[in-house]
Design a protein around this ligand. Structure first.
Ligand code: GLN
Length: 208
């Protein structure tokens, strides 16, 4: 294991989706993990993971529980957030092919297309190059996955499919990826995120 993550408090947004899988990976890496459904739970963490699932359902629950504004505020204030698949959709400033009335949290300056691979190719796995994150390719599982169609200011592309389609981006402490590293036991992307969170904690301390 590359880092020491025991001091990091990581929340997983726990309304819907593969919450348990993320908790398992994050605990494996040594972080303190808690579920986030309420503003006080959000205020108690150093970073947030938004899992994969179904973004339209997650959006409804987020609003029903009065969490849309607290989450938007947290993102705007610089909270590190890692979104996978539906989580990436939640983070995007703009959703292409959203269902009626669907809203995102925004903050990550990208346009993301939902279900970008159509119904023909529902899910697939590829070895993905992620230079800057890890030297060896990452086995990446895509499940009704989104694609990043437009990248705005301050957004760095960190991974693309062989055909050039963008599947991982980073903007400051926001990390959004189209696939599910939590489902195949590979912890490297989470480890990378925890490294970034550790960095943000150091920066925050220095600014107090
Ligand atoms: N298609 C889903 C959505 O629109 C995302 C799928 C996933 O998270 N695996 O939210």
């Amino acid at each position: 294991m590359a880092g020491n993550f025991q001091h990091l408090r990581i929340g997983v947004l726990a309304f819907q989706g593969d919450v348990r899988e993320h908790i398992q990976v994050l605990e494996e890496l040594g972080a303190q993990v808690s579920k986030v459904r309420r503003p006080d739970e959000l205020a108690a963490v150093d970073a947030l993971v938004i899992p994969g699932g179904e973004s339209s359902v997650m959006d409804k629950l987020v609003r029903l529980f009065g969490m849309q504004q607290p989450l938007r505020d947290a993102i705007a204030s610089g909270l590190p957030v890692f979104g996978t698949c539906a989580g990436l959709i939640m983070m995007a400033d703009h959703i292409v092919d959203a269902i009626a009335e669907q809203e995102s949290l925004g903050g990550l300056h990208v346009d993301v297309r939902r279900n970008a691979f159509g119904t023909q190719i529902d899910s697939f796995e590829v070895d993905l190059e992620m230079p800057g994150v890890t030297a060896e390719p990452v086995p990446a599982t895509f499940i009704r996955a989104p694609i990043v169609e437009r990248v705005g200011e301050g957004v760095r592309v960190i991974s693309q499919l062989a055909d050039g389609r963008i599947v991982a981006v980073e903007q400051g402490y926001l990390l959004g990826i189209s696939f599910h590293p939590e489902v195949n036991g590979d912890t490297r992307v989470h480890e990378y995120f925890l490294g970034r969170v550790a960095q943000s904690v150091v920066e925050k301390k220095a600014s107090i």
